[in-house]
Design a protein around this ligand. Structure first.
Ligand SMILES: [Fe+2]
Ligand SMILES: [Fe+2]
Length: 246
């Protein structure tokens, strides 16, 4: 039994938004996802998909994308990404009822893997604009946008806290934490999300959203203050799901 993660499938079987323009790695990327997930993930495994599943704007425009995900092996757990317009945060329970036994939507709830609680939310982070000097070093940024981002970060932190509270109330003390956005912005070494991970003794923080080589280093990777950070965006992994736990 193993726990895998992969983010940013960016499927568009109905919305017809080919990703090829974003580089060779995205060429027929859905075929790569299908191939690698089938090679690596067994029916008894768990696969957490960390958001940006579908380009469809409504649920009716995502049916084929979600059916593709359903056909992948293993138990599938989905996190909200910034592009998942079909997923109204207030209607997660309704999605879980509609897809019961097929897909689990992780938001204001938690899932269980062995003796770990899988907690998560979309998260948020300040993405600029940043202003650079001639050498490409950040010297300033848009402070209005930074203030807006702080509000969104606080809201997402509260949602994540709900996930932790429910898992703790059910007796769980070991956690894997999932975010769609990176846990920090490019300026930060720590954030409310890294603080929460440390305070709860989280083993691994898994996130995605960063696309293209220039963005892969935007946040933490590897071990920091006792927590492992793993980037699992699809193009970073070349669409091979990453094993998080045996
Ligand atoms: Fe994405
Ligand atoms: Fe994203």
């Amino acid at each position: 039994m193993a726990l895998f993660a992969l983010g940013d499938l960016h499927l568009s079987f109905q919305a017809n938004k080919p990703m090829d323009a974003f580089g060779a790695v995205w060429k027929r990327h859905e075929a790569k996802i299908e191939k690698y997930v089938n090679q690596l993930v067994r029916p008894e495994d768990t696969l957490v998909l960390t958001g940006d599943h579908s380009w469809g704007r409504r649920l009716s425009e995502c049916q084929e994308d979600l059916a593709f995900i359903e056909r992948l092996p293993g138990r599938k757990i989905l996190l909200r990404g910034n592009h998942d317009m079909f997923w109204d945060v207030g209607k997660t329970e309704r999605l879980n009822e509609a897809f019961a036994g097929r897909l689990f939507f992780l938001q204001n709830n938690f899932a269980v893997y062995q003796d770990y609680a899988l907690v998560g939310t979309k998260g948020f982070t300040f993405e600029g604009p940043f202003y650079l000097d001639r050498r490409g070093r950040i010297v300033d940024w848009d402070e209005t946008r930074e203030q807006q981002a702080k509000k969104l970060v606080a809201r997402e932190a509260e949602r994540l806290m709900q996930s932790f509270r429910q898992a703790e109330a059910a007796g769980y003390r070991k956690f894997i934490m999932f975010l769609h956005y990176p846990p920090t912005n490019v300026l930060e070494e720590r954030s409310v999300f890294t603080d929460m991970a440390e305070a709860h003794g989280v083993s691994v923080v898994v996130y995605s959203h960063c696309h293209g080589e220039r963005r892969f280093g935007d946040s933490l990777r590897g071990e920091h203050r006792g927590v492992q950070y793993r980037l699992v965006s699809g193009d970073y992994l070349r669409f091979k799901p990453e094993k998080i736990l045996e």
